[in-house]
Ligand binder design. Structure first.
Ligand SMILES: CCCSCc1cc(N)cc2c(=O)[nH]c(N)nc12
Ligand SMILES: [Zn+2]
Length: 371
């Protein structure tokens, strides 16, 4: 049985440290053409123009102010020009709030088999039908314009981990040259913004140089890239102990690809404002539910006759109307409703976490979430 006072150990360790060193947490509002974003914010990932297993109106009920789209996937199918002709991604997917699209380089490196990195950009074969494409700072920025993104990401190279100092240096320098071209290609309009992405791996002088190069381009916000790429939480926090402070204090800071609740809490305490991660959606579909008691693997046979909800005080449909036994059954027999309800609960859990973090910061309290 999971005791009610049990709190995931890694979150407890992070929060205990919060009382002394980390006073950099901040809460705020980003105003955009498509509405406000309350920060610290968690952005559900909607890679192919849909947050998997969720209706957009359901995503809205979880409290999400903004979701993510993906240049790489959408340029391959249905094509950016087609989405533009159909009225843009907001209309296409029936999401009227802010949309942030990643610039595509990261997905090329993780998805397409054959690819070649040149000064011009990345030449790659579609992982769908093998056809040849090129993504460059100019084409990535144009695609994101055609999609109608509220927040456009500069075209960067995500430096792999581990990388030698030399590898990280030349990769960061390429990202700086590409950032300049991305900024030049950006069509600036009120209520829309473009974020630069700093690289530099785990080397503080490279992170500083990357930040200085990108600050010169006066982006509307800045992302910290090249983390959550296998370096582990300890090394990630080591970089986050200084990297956010290199960025303008009055602009949003987005930590790409992060993360589990404990990662988010630790990164907020180091000055990060925005997060995205596939964990709540992907793990939901795989039968993992985030709860205040820890992660529940609903496929575990101990739940097959458990007539209680995932969380008794959660307002999501999974907790209000169903039991762990039913969720256990749905996931076991791979019913679509299982993926829907688990995803809905996890997105609600992540948004509630962000809401509580924003409230604690607003009240000037450390977030000692050991309830
Ligand atoms: C929809 C996915 C958005 S985040 C993807 C991502 C994740 C991580 N971990 C790093 C990077 C990065 O360095 N650059 C870029 N463009 N994207 C990154
Ligand atoms: Zn719930």
């Amino acid at each position: 049985e999971v005791s009610i006072t049990k709190f995931p150990a890694d979150e407890r360790k992070i929060i205990a440290k919060a009382h002394d060193k980390y006073k950099k947490a901040r809460a705020g509002i980003i105003n955009t053409r498509h509405g406000q974003i309350h920060t610290p914010a968690f952005m559900p990932v909607g890679t192919k123009g849909t947050v998997k297993a969720m209706l957009p109106e359901s995503v809205q009920t979880t409290g999400a102010d903004i979701i993510l789209g993906n240049t790489y996937h959408l340029m391959l199918q249905p094509g950016a020009k087609r989405v533009f002709k159909l009225g843009g991604l907001h209309k296409f997917m029936n999401w009227s709030k802010p949309l942030l699209t990643d610039s595509g380089g990261f997905q090329v490196m993780s998805l397409s088999k054959l690819r070649k990195i040149t000064e011009e950009g990345v030449i790659f074969n579609s992982h769908i039908d093998g056809s040849k494409f090129m993504l460059s700072p100019e084409s990535s920025t144009e695609i994101q314009y055609l999609l109608g993104s509220t927040i456009t990401m500069a075209f960067d190279e995500c430096t792999p981990y581990p990388s030698t100092y030399e590898q990280a240096k030349s990769s960061m320098e390429l990202t700086s040259r590409w950032a300049k071209r991305s900024r030049k290609a950006f069509y600036s309009r009120d209520g829309y913004g473009q974020f630069g992405i700093i690289q530099g791996s785990i080397y503080n002088d490279l992170r500083l140089k990357s930040a200085l190069d990108l600050i010169e381009l006066d982006f509307e916000g800045y992302a910290i890239g090249g983390l959550a790429v296998g370096e582990g939480q300890e090394l990630m926090f080591k970089v986050l102990d200084y990297a956010p402070d290199l960025l303008p204090i009055n602009k949003p800071r987005y930590l790409m690809g992060v993360g589990k609740p404990a990662d988010i809490i630790g990164a907020v305490q180091r000055g990060i404002d925005m997060f995205d991660c596939v964990i709540p959606t992907r793990s939901g579909r795989n039968g993992q539910a985030f709860t205040k008691y820890g992660v529940v693997n609903i496929r575990n046979s101990k739940y097959k006759e458990d007539n209680t909800p995932l969380e008794e005080d959660c307002l999501c449909p999974a907790c209000k109307n169903y039991t762990k036994a039913y969720l256990h059954y749905l996931v076991k027999v791979k019913e679509i409703l299982g993926a829907m309800l688990m995803t809905w609960h996890n997105l609600m859990y992540f948004q509630k976490l962000m809401l509580r973090i924003r409230e604690y910061i607003a009240q000037g309290k450390d977030f000692d979430f050991i309830s």
